[in-house]
Design a protein around this ligand. Structure first.
Ligand SMILES: [Zn+2]
Length: 147
């Protein structure tokens, strides 16, 4: 490693801290005294999502978060709860050891989280992401979650 400022390699570690999934080090260059931070992380394989149309894309936490946020709009759900829900979804997807997951799997996990958070948010998500054949099917779902 070389100093990002002066490119010389005499660098000392000021502080080392364990963070989630890795280690953070505060460093100082012994040449120019420039201070900087480095992160060492365990490499986690990228999850791939298989879409309904057969296409593939990288799993995107931000996308999951936006979907949850939209469903929770104007509902009594705190931003930290949404972050938690996203974390839970990602953790469960990774538990499977599979590097490829389906859009449906992601959707089902999001639904589990929303059901625990807020029923209205859950129903909003359901109505957008699941194709109900008709109003009756939607009504049945409402009855199901109210039981
Ligand atoms: Zn330097």
């Amino acid at each position: 490693m070389v100093c990002p400022q002066c490119q010389q390699s005499d660098i000392a570690v000021l502080e080392k801290r364990d963070i989630e999934g890795g280690v953070r080090r505060r460093r100082v260059c012994n040449g120019c005294q420039h201070r900087f931070t480095t992160y060492e992380r365990v490499e986690i394989p990228q999850l791939v999502v298989l879409k309904r149309d057969g296409g593939r894309e990288h799993y995107n936490e931000e996308k999951v978060k936006r979907g949850i946020e939209v469903s929770c709009k104007n509902r009594p759900v705190q931003p930290e709860q949404i972050d938690n829900a996203v974390e839970n979804v990602t953790r469960k997807l990774r538990q499977g050891d599979n590097e490829v997951v389906s859009t449906n799997q992601v959707g089902e996990l999001v639904l589990e989280e929303l059901l625990a958070l807020d029923k209205i948010a859950y129903l909003r998500f359901v109505s957008v992401h699941r194709c109900f054949a008709d109003v009756e099917a939607f009504k049945k779902e409402i009855q199901r979650i109210n039981n």
